[in-house]
Design a protein around this ligand. Structure first.
Ligand code: FES
Ligand code: FES
Length: 169
């Protein structure tokens, strides 16, 4: 099978039942995406597929040969962090870090969804800066943090969304 991951082409010989998560971790050596539950409950495996956040443990690689897959490795580099990566560092948005790649990929997708007015009850002209802390938490609720770094995760996302600190810092 052939894939485009983080703008690079990959070929992999894999069982037809291989998930995107196992493709990434076991076949192409991209281990940034984490396996927490392997059945759609924790969000640790979240990647972006054509810009939308997806639990990579729940979707088969064979379905995504014509798609653009982006993982945490494709968002930034240690010398050139994505704004959300930098904000997670600045706000200590993690403890053990296991959930962090999924949290950051999910936050990238979430901010894009918010901009587009998804879900439909949200105004299509919503600005990122209109996202309340509660809205951010709700929209990130598919990403579990065993270390409970939630307040700092929200702080990091709020900063990138362009809202002033809520006074907790
Ligand atoms: Fe995919 Fe938990 S490993 S949701
Ligand atoms: Fe440990 Fe989130 S930082 S699980």
């Amino acid at each position: 099978m052939k894939f485009t991951i983080n703008g690079r082409s990959y070929e992999a010989e894999a069982d037809i039942r291989t998930s995107v998560l196992d493709l990434l971790r076991e076949h192409v050596g991209l281990t940034g995406s984490k396996k927490g539950c392997d059945h759609g409950q924790c969000g640790a495996c979240t990647v972006l597929i054509n810009g939308r956040r997806v639990n990579s443990c729940l979707t088969l690689a064979v379905m995504h040969q014509d798609d653009e897959i982006t993982t945490i490795e494709g968002l930034g580099t240690p010398d050139d962090l994505h704004p959300l990566q930098a904000a997670f560092v600045a706000h200590d948005g993690y403890q053990c870090g296991y959930c962090t790649p999924g949290q950051i990929c999910s936050a990238v997708g979430m901010l894009d969804e918010a901009k587009k007015g998804w879900p439909s009850h949200v105004s299509a002209d919503l600005e990122h800066s209109d996202l309340s802390d509660a809205e951010i938490s709700e929209r990130m609720s598919g990403n579990i943090c065993r270390c409970a770094a939630y307040p700092n995760i929200v702080d990091a996302i709020r900063e990138v969304a362009g809202r002033a600190p809520a006074g907790r810092d």
